[in-house]
Ligand binder design. Structure first.
Ligand code: GUN
Ligand code: ZN
Length: 430
């Protein structure tokens, strides 16, 4: 049963080059597992004759694009977006840990998971690498809700057995037992994946970090998800706690927590040795610019990352980040490129910003060829964009003379109103 959608079509190749068809056709069909995958895509004039049997939905004036991928977000922080604080550590203590302690209750976890997925999908985000809390209940609630919605989603129980208040601090041995049973219960079930999630090195004992590294070796296709080098006070603290390590990042390497599918949020206060360690271990950075600007953490060095050549993609980091919208994140990444670099600043091309939030993020997550590009064989998670969603967007997108101008108009002026629909690669009913 082939379905097809006729609209303008944005895709990416594996090098990050944007492909655009003004009058495009996206053809989807179920694979052997019943997942809707892209069968064919490209200009309507050449693709349509190959599929006379497809059931075509015309979407005039609309643009189809890969679903966005958020490389780092905290579902339990949905309600603390916009909590002001004098930097990361007071923000954690005064807002984050009290809010997260409520996720010991399953009913609260269930309620927030629903709000979270509604919000992701309204904003066109179809996959996220997601922090839960230290409570097993939060992970169960997340996976069950994601499974019902047939989403490709990744999360894991947060590990934090020290320097954390009652209510969120876990027990070393039990935390590792729980992690392993959650991996066995959920990893690779439908489109769900497990991430071994030490919160950050300062809140885990050596024993917990070692246990996390052992699990990462035992289950090599799970993800590893943590924070590093976000804030200067945090870096100082980590250096005091782990004086033997060459750098804060090197702490994770010492515990076997750097490999493909290891994702570290922020990576701001790095030197070139850290960047090389990221490259050599195939680890990736989740660049979180709205969070870094909001908490005053600093600026990700895009130039340094590209010069050394390691993997990264974009992330909201809600609730340190201020928006679920990929347009807000791409805009903030552009500002950081302009102002946050060793001078002169760089102007990241709009199609590159978009790639870092779709196909590039998929590659950084080790999901290249699976999601993020709308190339044939990939899963058909996509957004239906209305470029005329507001009067100003209608004017500005109509004036665009090329693809970069069109994408930039949406990045600068866009928000959730641009996303008219989010289509998930569901198994066919029956
Ligand atoms: N470092 C440790 N925990 C957190 C968190 O919840 N948010 C951010 N932004 N940084 C962290
Ligand atoms: Zn975070």
């Amino acid at each position: 049963m082939k379905k097809a959608y006729r609209a303008s079509l944005l895709r990416f190749d594996d090098t990050g080059r944007a492909l655009f068809d003004e009058d495009g056709l996206l053809v989807v069909a179920p694979d052997a597992d019943g997942r809707q995958c892209v069968l064919d895509a490209g200009p309507h004039a050449s693709v349509a004759p190959r599929h006379p049997d497809a059931d075509v939905t015309p979407l005039p004036g609309r643009m189809l694009a890969p679903g966005f991928i958020d490389m780092h977000i905290h579902f339990p922080q949905t309600d603390i977006i916009g909590a002001p604080a004098d930097g990361l550590l007071p923000w954690l203590e005064n807002y984050t840990f009290p809010a997260e302690s409520r996720f010991a209750q399953r009913a609260h976890s269930d309620a927030v998971a629903e709000v979270f997925f509604d919000e992701l999908l309204r904003n066109g985000v179809t996959t996220s690498l997601t922090f839960a809390t230290s409570h097993v209940e939060s992970v169960q609630a997340f996976f069950e809700a994601a499974q019902r919605r047939r989403l490709r989603m990744i999360t894991g129980k947060v590990l934090q057995d020290r320097h954390s208040p009652d209510g969120v601090r876990d027990d070393t041995e039990q935390s590792l037992i729980d992690t392993e049973s959650l991996i066995r219960r959920w990893h690779n079930v439908d489109r769900l994946g497990y991430a071994i999630t030490p919160r950050f090195a300062p809140t885990s004992t050596d024993a917990q970090m070692r246990g996390a590294g052992d699990l990462a070796a035992k289950y090599p296709d799970t993800w590893i998800h943590s924070h590093v080098a976000e804030n200067k006070d945090e870096v100082k603290w980590a250096r005091e706690l782990f004086p033997q390590a060459r750098s804060y990042l090197d702490v994770y390497q010492g515990f076997g927590l750097m490999r493909e599918r290891a994702v570290y949020a922020h990576c701001i206060h790095f030197d070139d040795d850290d960047r090389r360690l990221m490259r050599e271990t195939k680890s990736a950075t989740a660049v979180s610019p709205t969070s870094n600007l909001f908490l005053g953490s600093g600026f990700f060095d895009f130039e340094g990352a590209d010069r050394i050549g390691y993997r990264y993609g974009l992330a909201s980091d809600v609730g340190g980040g201020t928006s679920f919208s990929p347009f807000a994140t791409m805009m903030a990444a552009y500002y950081v490129g302009r102002e946050g670099q060793t001078k002169p600043g760089i102007s990241i091309p709009p199609s590159q910003l978009w790639w870092r939030h779709t196909g590039g993020a998929a590659q950084a997550l080790g999901l290249g060829g699976v999601i993020g590009t709308l190339q044939p064989g990939t899963e058909a998670d996509f957004v239906v964009i209305n470029p005329k969603a507001t009067p100003l967007l209608a004017r500005k997108t109509a004036l665009a003379e090329n693809l970069e101008e069109l994408l930039f108009a949406m990045i600068v002026l866009g928000d959730d109103r641009l996303i008219e629909g989010t289509v998930i690669s569901q198994a066919l009913a029956g």
